[in-house]
Design a protein around this ligand. Structure first.
Ligand code: GLN
Length: 494
């Protein structure tokens, strides 16, 4: 059997029982990259030599009967997460050639768990975007339809997992960048509670919203990756110092009596009818599994987009001030220091420049109270909406994205239509909730649709279990994208 079509969980079993080796699997993935990643372009950097060394070391440990949670499993890391000795660009020319001297917390966690790191996946520049089209390097293609985007900003990670180019991957989600690409690529993507995973070594976009998330082909795979990534570390002062539960053991598949809220405000106008039908059918399926479905209200939903697009650019403008040609990455020399800074900062792409301008404006004297100050107040109202809803329900179910994957080039010149791709995911980042996207069907054109499940603070186990129960009752995760398949007809039969 082709190892690249297997799940992380199956592979872990096969490795532990000596049925295959990490080197064999890693080589199979690297071969598949040679075959199809020139077209998909999910990776910016492929660390093939290092991956094979890590795989050989894992095999040696497996042969000695050693065991760690991801021993010998090949995974991918979004290129906004620092990897010691491996170029980390954040999808930007301003960090081209930047080789971090240390590993991010999450990367250390992966290494400690025995994972094999295949490389760094494509991202919109500084994770600003919903399609990877804002990457300074190239646009990743959606493995389900190569004329379409994979979503973003963690589009490289989602596409790699969907196409069998990694068994799991790390992403980051500031406003939807794990869940939305997961939905576009038919994989599972989890955005944990703010603070659940230390962000030490993750290049900052908007510090009050950023969080690392995990991708897997199945819920169990996504949970296995999350299990390893989750944790506290003193070097991130926002990390939550509370024990990490056993997420994998929480996947019982029993959701009888689980109270599921459907937000009234998420089912109004503008949604693709195929998406709405699939999400409604998924909610019926949760009810058939014993969940109690009821309506809830998140009345300040309409403010999420404007609030996010004030707070995120404001924080970004402050975070990105450090790229001045002195401390990181390339330096474009000018006559005086100020010229150097100007010329170097011209390396930022158009979307990053737009955000810096928006953010600087919103923070400037005279406008601060009118924009940033008011956005913070509205954020509190959005947060309270969720707190109120969670007094009545255990989880909230909604679409992940209002549409399926759009065409490459279709929205890139219309920032507002691009921003709307995250209309259902942004609120969660503004609150203290966690959320995931799980595949829930395909539209008329065969493009994937995602169901978003949102949980209260630190209730990742609850949403993962609900997603697992749903997944076990539905066929969607068995479908593989047509790319690189010997027989394309296999891709359409569940
Ligand atoms: N698409 C949103 C943005 O461009 C969210 C990005 C993210 O979550 N990193 O800001």
């Amino acid at each position: 059997m082709d190892p690249t079509t297997q799940t992380l969980t199956q592979l872990r079993h096969a490795l532990r029982h000596g049925e295959t080796t990490s080197v064999a699997i890693t080589q199979a993935i690297l071969d598949r990259m040679t075959e199809i990643d020139n077209d998909i372009q999910s990776y910016i950097t492929i660390t093939d030599e290092m991956a094979l060394e890590q795989a050989a070391a894992a095999d040696a440990r497996l042969a000695q009967g050693q065991d760690t949670p991801l021993l010998g499993i090949p995974v991918a890391v979004k290129d906004i997460i620092c990897t010691q000795g491996v170029e980390t660009t954040a999808g930007s020319k301003i960090l081209e050639g930047f080789i971090p001297p240390y590993d991010a917390f999450v990367v250390s966690q992966l290494k400690e768990a025995g994972a094999v790191i295949l490389g760094k996946t494509n991202t919109d520049e500084f994770a600003m975007g919903s399609s990877t089209e804002n990457s300074a390097y190239f646009t990743t293609r959606n493995p389900w339809d190569m004329t379409r985007v994979p979503g973003g900003s963690s589009g490289g990670s989602a596409a790699a997992v969907a196409a069998g180019l990694a068994f799991a991957a790390l992403g980051t989600d500031t406003g939807g960048s794990v869940r939305q690409p997961a939905s576009f690529c038919s994989v599972v993507g989890l955005r944990p509670t703010y603070g659940r995973i230390s962000r030490w070594g993750v290049i900052a976009f908007a510090s009050s919203l950023d969080q690392v998330g995990t991708f897997g082909r199945t819920v169990a795979d996504c949970a296995a990756m999350f299990q390893v990534a989750a944790g506290y570390d003193r070097r991130d002062s926002t990390a939550i110092n509370t024990p990490v539960p056993d997420y994998e053991a929480a996947l019982t598949g029993d959701i009888r009596g689980l109270r599921v809220g459907i937000p009234r405000e998420y089912f109004v106008g503008g949604m693709d009818p195929d998406v709405e039908a699939a999400v409604r059918a998924a909610i019926d399926q949760l009810a058939a599994l014993g969940a109690e479905v009821r309506e809830v209200s998140l009345p300040h939903t309409e403010y999420a987009l404007p609030v996010y697009y004030i707070i995120a650019p404001a924080e970004a403008s402050a975070n990105l001030a450090r790229y001045d040609g002195t401390r990181f990455g390339p330096r474009v020399p000018g006559r005086e220091q100020i010229d150097t800074v100007k010329k170097t900062r011209a390396l930022f792409g158009p979307e990053v420049k737009r955000r810096i301008m928006l953010g600087t404006y919103a923070l400037s004297a005279g406008y601060y109270d009118a924009y940033y100050g008011r956005a913070l107040k509205a954020r509190t109202l959005i947060k309270q909406d969720f707190q109120r809803a969670f007094q009545h329900v255990d989880i909230i179910a909604a679409p992940t994205s209002p549409t399926t994957a759009f065409k490459i080039g279709e929205r890139v010149n219309d920032p507002l239509s691009m921003y709307l791709a995250d209309i259902f995911t942004l609120s969660l980042n503004l609150s203290a909730s966690c959320g995931l996207s799980v595949p829930c069907g395909f539209d008329r054109q065969g493009l994937p649709i995602g169901l978003q499940l949102i949980g209260n603070t630190l209730q990742e186990a609850t949403i993962l279990n609900a997603a697992h129960a749903y997944e076990q009752a539905t066929p969607w995760h068995h479908r593989l994208p047509p790319v690189g398949q010997p027989d394309n007809s296999a891709a359409t039969s569940p």
